[in-house]
Design a protein around this ligand. Structure first.
Ligand SMILES: [Zn+2]
Length: 119
């Protein structure tokens, strides 16, 4: 287990690290139920790109409040970024060592409807 979790996309082009979050969100919204990420949230000072920032491709769906970003080479979903604020979250499924996310509570978030936790 590590206090700083390093993550890399499949091809290695995008790398980031994030302080171990208290929880991971498993969201059921129209995007997340297809992408299947585990979202880790962290204050900006506790998460940073090590490589590939600005090279990812963003996709903003209908309401355009945020964009989902993926690696242009291998397609891994890396993070989402707020379009009008600095909010963002990272996909911890990209953890270099899967054991690093063991033990973090995974919460089921109802992004499809109520915007509350289901557990
Ligand atoms: Zn990649």
């Amino acid at each position: 287990m590590s206090d700083i979790i390093s993550c890399t996309c499949l091809c290695g082009a995008v790398r980031f690290e994030i302080a171990r979050p208290e929880k991971l969100n498993d969201c059921n919204c129209s995007a997340c139920r297809r992408y299947s990420p585990l979202w880790g949230y962290s204050p900006p000072a506790e998460a940073r790109f090590l490589q590939g920032e600005g090279t990812t491709i963003g996709y903003a769906r209908g309401e355009k409040s945020l964009a989902f970003h993926h690696c242009p080479t291998c397609g891994c979903l890396t993070h989402w970024q707020g379009l009008t604020d600095g909010n963002r979250a990272f996909n911890l499924r990209l953890a270099d060592n899967p054991a690093d996310i063991e033990g973090i509570r995974i919460r089921r978030f109802d992004g499809a409807d109520s915007w509350t936790f289901l557990d």
